[in-house]
Write a protein that binds this ligand. Sequence first.
Ligand SMILES: Nc1ncnc2c1ncn2[C@@H]1O[C@H](COP(=O)(O)OP(=O)(O)OP(=O)(O)O)[C@@H](O)[C@H]1O
Length: 307
Amino acid sequence: MHTVPLVETTNLSFQFGERAVLHGLGLEVPAGSIYGFLGPNGAGKSTTLRLLLGLLRPGGGTVRLFGHELARHRVALLSRVGALIENPSLYDHLTGHENVEATRRLRGLPAARTAAVLAQVGLSASAHRPVKGYSLGMKQRLGLALALLPDPDLLILDEPTNGLDPAGISDLRLLLRQLREEHGKTILLSSHLIGEVEKVATHVGVIQQGRLVFQGSLAALQARQQTQAELVLETACAATCRSLLPALAAAQVVAAGTLRVPFQSREHTAALASALVAAGQPVFSLHCEQPTLEDTFLHLTETATAQ
Ligand SMILES: Nc1ncnc2c1ncn2[C@@H]1O[C@H](COP(=O)(O)OP(=O)(O)OP(=O)(O)O)[C@@H](O)[C@H]1O
C-alpha cells in the first residue's frame, strides 16, 4: 500500500534577495519515519524547515503536509505539527511545569496535557525545579515537551542535538525513538553529523548547496556505502600487474607497489589473487577497505560541490 508522505515538497525553491538558496527541492518524508535531513553548514536545512513551517514563503514550488497544500490549509495543517527550531524560549526562573503550563494555557489546550508531555520527555521528576538549574539536555527536552503539547503527528526539529554532551545526545536519541515507536510520531530532524543521524534515522535526505543529492532509506545509503568498497593490493610492481591482467585495467596505482580496485565479490577477489600468482606476481597482501558512512556522506557533498 502506498501512503502519502507526511511532508512532500515539489520543486521547492527559495532565495534571500538575489541569492538563490534552495533549488527545486523534492523532499519526501514517509509517515512513521525518523527522517534525518543532513547537510553541511549553510546547505539550506534551516531555510527548508522554515518553509515547511510556513515561516518563510517559497519562491517557487509547493509544500504539502499530510497530503494537503500548506499554502491553502496553513492553520489546520500546522496545528498537527510540533517544532523546535531554535533554542526553546524558556522562563529560567519558572519551573519546568510552570513553563509548560504557561504555553498550554496560552494555546487553550486541556490541563491534562502538561503532565502528559512532561512524562513523555522524562521530566516528571524534575518538573517542579526552576529551569535555571536544568542541564542543556533537560532544557532541550523541555523544549520538546512544549512542541508536543498539541499532540502533533509530525515533529520538526532543527539540529536538536546542538550543544548537547554525549550523554544528552544519547538520551535525546532514545526519546526520539520512543516518540516514534510508542507514540506514532513522524520526526524530521536536521543535522550536519551523519554519525548522529545514522543511529536514529530510518530515512535520510542529504542536501548540499540547496540541492538534494541523496534521499532514501538509511539502508539505501548504507548500500551505496557498500558499493564503494575497494580492494587494496600490495605487490612488487603495481604498474606491471595492471598491464598484465585485464581484470586490473580499471585499477588505480596509488604507489609503486599498491593498487586499488573496486571490490566486486569474494569470488572475484580469489580469482584475482590466483591470476596474479599465475602471472608470476607476488601478492604481499590483499584486503578490502570499506568506506565509513561518513566517507560516503562527504563524498556525496563533495561531488555536488564540484558540479
Ligand atoms: N536571513 C538571511 N539572509 C540572507 N541569507 C541567509 C539568511 N539566512 C540564511 N542565509 C543563507 O542561506 C544559506 C542557507 O542557510 P541555512 O541556515 O538554511 O543553512 P543550514 O543548512 O541550516 O546551515 P546551518 O547548519 O549553518 O544553519 C546560507 O548560505 C546562509 O548564509
